[in-house]
Every structure is written in C-alpha cells, then in structure tokens.
Design a protein around this ligand. Structure first.
Ligand code: AHR
Length: 524
C-alpha cells in the first residue's frame, strides 16, 4: 500500500437532502439507445414487456432509477410527439436528426436507425417509467414547434381521463389515467442544436413556452436550457432577464451539460488516465461558477441545477456497432469518472436537484450494452447500484486528506468534438482520494474513489458527531484500468464485498488502486 490517508465525516454538519433524482438517466432517439437498447418490439423473441426489453426494466428497478429523460438531447428539438402516438402501423418514418450524410454512409443499409420509425413514443416512454419505477422527464421541442404543440403534449400526458380528445386518444392507447408528467424541459442546448439562440432570445422563448401551460392540478417543474459547460455568460443573461424588471416565476431547474471529451474509450495509455479524471473533475468548478452567477439574481437560490447530460465521450469511429452512434465500451476508468461526478452532486446536494447520465444504453457513458438478445451491465451500472443508497439521505460535509497525484501530459489527440479535444488538463495535482457521505436513519453511506493506478490507500475514517457499530464495504476495482464487460465475458468486472474494521468513532479501510468503494456504516 502507498502512504496513508485520512477522511473526516462531519456527521453534525448537514448540507442538504440528497434528491434521489440526481441519480437519473437519459434516453435519446440516437443510434442504438431506443431501437435495440430499450425497444425490441412486441413481437420480438427477446423477453419484452409490451415491446420494452424486460431485462432493462429489471435492472432499472435494481438501481432505483428515479427519473428518465426523453426523447433527447438534440433529437428533442426536431421531434413532433404526434408522430409517436396512435396505431403503430400508421406512424410516419422521419429523417433522423442524428443521421446526416456522413453517418448514413457508415450505417448498414438495413440499419434500424437510418430513419426514425416512431415505434417508441410517448405511451411507451410513460410505460417504461411506470414499469421501472422512474418519473418521466420530457424535453419539449422549442426550436421547430410552437408553444401550442407543447401545450398539447402536456394535455395528452396529463389531462384527466375522459376530459379531452387527447385523454381519449391516450385511453385508446391503453391508459385512461393521466401520466402526470411533472418534469418538462423547455428546449435542449438552445445555444446549439436547440436553435442557436442568443441568451436573450432564448429567455424570451422560454417566457412564451412556460406561460399558461395547462396544469391539471399538477405542480409542473420546468427545466430551462442552461449553459454549455462553463459558459457563465449564458447563465447570467438568462437569470438577468427572468429575474429582471419584468420577472416571471423562475424555472424549477437550470439544465447544465458537461461532457469529458476524450480520444479513446479502450485504447488509452496509463498517461491518459489522470488527465481524464482531472477533466471529469471540472464538473465541481462548473457547478460552483454557475451557482454563483445564478445567485446574483436568484438571491434565495430557488432555481437548482439539473445536470441532465454528463459523462466521458470518445472520438467517433470507436463505436462497438456501426448503428450504435457514440456507443463505446465502458471501462473501470469510466466508472471512476462516473463515481467522482456523482460524489460531486452529493457534496453539492443543496445546489443539484436532478441529473441524468448520458446515456442509459449503447451510447456515451452507458450503464448497459445491448444488441438483439445480448444485454450486459457495464461497470457504470455497478456505480449506480452502489450509490443508490445515497438517495434521500442527508448529505454531510467530508474532508479528505491523501497524497495528491502529480502528472504532466500533452493532450493532442483527436476527441469527439472536431479537431483535437477541448484544451486538456495537462498538469496535476489531482486529489488522492475523494468522495461524499450521506446519512439516513442510523445508516451512513460513504462513497470513495481512489484514482491512483497502482497505490492502495490505507485510510482512517473519523466520524465526528457519532460512532460506528459495523461497516460493510462494496468495492469495484480491477487489476487493469481497461477492464470491461463484453457479451462474451459479461461478468469480467464485478463488485466484491468486505468488512471494514470499526472502533468507536474510527473506521479503517484500504481503498484499492483505481477503485470505487461504498462503505455502509451502521451508527450507534
Ligand atoms: O448526448 C448526446 C448529445 O449531446 C445530446 O443529444 C445533446 O444534447 C448533446 O450535445
């Protein structure tokens, strides 16, 4: 083991309740996410529940998936929800937002995603959510449909049984009770694919879209389209407008997207690991920067952050399947990045009220890989399974002290967003251990990542304001940082359990190299 480390858990310094929704998910009509990933069709030989992959539903239940965002992403702003309801055989095929000429040329002729078949629509999404126990979060089209189409979508989803023509249509599709969709995104990336708006122009569109939407007795929670990464000007301009002299009710959430853009999902060297972690770790600064900018106008911080797209994203042409656009392999390195991001959300529980990992299956930071009758979990799934015990707990302050990692690296490889990655992190130091803690009843959940490639960290954890009765560890680690699951070896990466030594206020545990650990500590 390398040099020792120390963690203080300040049980008497609560931050806020950890919204279960920060462990949310995202499915977009993109490559293999919906078709092949989620939807296999009612007549498929693959085990399905009304056309939805049953294995996926079961695994979503296992991680207590709290919320699912749909239908995009960029796809949302070119989607007409009316194409995806009514008899399946009558639904139109449409040009797929994601299949431009460059993509189309790479797809096999019979690829199911060359055109959007609209076989999976609002009723199917609502069913997926109901079956898996998640709340629906729908992103409305602000770029290419008028606000009236948004009102009608809300009406289709939420008007009471027997009340409107849309309620009758919903009943014909099999569900007379309203879906009661509360979370609505007002556009997506409105600074980019969602309309290339200026912040001022987006603010006035937002005003139009949120005004007098039918509520049907629900507290609708709007998520406004926030910044690209650290674009604080976008946030400042929007908040200045919404909270200005002609102020309106603020949105529930301010969406924030930040991707860790990297060259290679699998074919990376040891030198590329720490810079990747440091890049993923920028999330914390981005959250703090926007929170500060929001507070200039929103003094009481009524609006919370909704980080509804995040994850490592690799260069094109490294996909596992040509039809699964952006569907790369997921290694232990990705699991560490996912864990450090989720820890950031838990530490900032008073700021982040919802998040969605991009994306659930066959795309970017997947929890699952699926193709026809193959369906496997990635190491990210294990992270979500471990971190589920934070849901609804009270985040408490932590202090980590471990030898920092120094590195120096020149990042000049091709990433996913055009030529070269966005400026890489070329120098350390990177913290030696990090994580988060939350308490529910007498149960403390402490999650910790050890980014070091070779050194384990023997650690003393001190509980300020409480003492421990017992502590069980669940550890995700592998000897090789490239470790991942495949259809042939679906359980190559697995968690193991261990018992941590406990004595009054002290818990001792050794965190292995390149690991994610959850300690479940029972308090006296
Ligand atoms: O998740 C893939 C894409 O990334 C989404 O469609 C878009 O919102 C973002 O640019």
């Amino acid at each position: 083991a390398g040099a020792g480390a120390h963690i203080e858990v300040l049980l008497d310094e609560p931050v806020a309740t950890v919204a279960p929704e920060i462990f949310g998910h995202f499915i977009e009509h993109l490559g293999g996410v919906i078709y092949d990933g989620v939807w296999v069709g009612e007549n498929s030989k693959i085990a399905n529940t009304d056309g939805i992959r049953t294995a996926l539903i079961d695994r979503l239940k296992a991680i207590h998936a709290p919320v699912i965002r749909w239908p995009g992403g960029c796809f949302a702003d070119s989607y007409d929800w009316r194409d995806g309801v009514g008899p399946r055989s009558k639904r139109p095929k449409r040009t797929d937002f994601w299949v431009d000429e460059e993509h189309a040329a790479k797809l096999p002729n019979d690829s199911p995603v060359k055109f959007e078949p609209n076989q999976f629509g609002t009723d199917d999404f609502a069913r997926l959510c109901r079956l898996s126990g998640a709340q629906p979060y729908i992103a409305a089209n602000l770029r290419s449909l008028p606000p009236y189409a948004f009102d009608q979508w809300v009406e289709y989803c939420n008007s009471p049984a027997g009340s409107t023509a849309y309620a009758d249509m919903r009943a014909q599709a099999g569900t007379s009770a309203p879906y009661n969709v509360q979370y609505w995104g007002i556009g997506n990336e409105s600074w980019g694919c969602g309309g290339q708006f200026t912040p001022e122009a987006y603010a006035s569109e937002y005003r139009r879209f949120q005004a007098w939407v039918p509520h049907y007795g629900l507290d609708l929670k709007y998520v406004a389209s926030g910044p690209n990464g650290d674009d604080v000007d976008w946030t400042t301009q929007f908040f200045g407008n919404i909270f200005g002299s002609r102020k309106i009710d603020p949105p529930f959430g301010w969406s924030l997207h930040y991707y860790t853009d990297l060259p290679e999902a699998l074919d990376f060297t040891a030198e590329e690991v720490y810079p990747a972690y440091a890049k993923a770790d920028r999330m914390e600064k981005i959250i703090l920067d926007h929170w500060t900018a929001m507070g200039v106008y929103d003094h009481e911080h009524r609006v919370k952050l909704v980080v509804d797209e995040y994850g490592p994203w690799y260069r094109m042409d490294t996909e596992l399947d040509p039809s699964h656009i952006f569907g790369q392999q997921i290694t232990i390195r990705d699991a560490v990045m996912t864990a450090l991001t989720l820890d950031t959300f838990v530490r900032h529980a008073e700021k982040v009220s919802m998040a969605a990992c991009a994306q659930l299956v066959n795309c970017i930071n997947s929890l699952f890989l699926a193709h026809e009758d193959h369906f496997i979990e990635t190491p990210n799934f294990e992270v979500f399974r471990m971190y589920a015990s934070h849901q609804g707990g009270r985040s408490v302050r932590t202090e980590f002290a471990a030898p920092a990692i120094d590195f120096s690296y020149t990042d000049n490889k091709q990433g996913p967003f055009g030529a070269g990655t966005t400026p890489g992190v070329t120098k350390g130091p990177l913290w030696g251990l990090n994580g988060s803690a939350s308490v529910k009843d007498k149960q403390l959940t402490l999650t910790v990542t050890n980014p070091h490639l070779t050194e384990a960290r023997e650690t003393e954890i001190r509980l300020q304001g409480g003492s421990a009765v017992s502590a069980e560890a669940t550890v995700l680690a592998a000897d090789d940082i490239h470790a991942h699951n495949t259809f042939e070896q679906p359980r190559a990466v697995q968690t193991r359990t261990a018992t941590a030594a406990v004595s009054g206020q002290s818990v001792r545990f050794t965190f292995p190299p390149s690991s994610v650990t959850r300690l479940a500590v029972t308090l006296s």
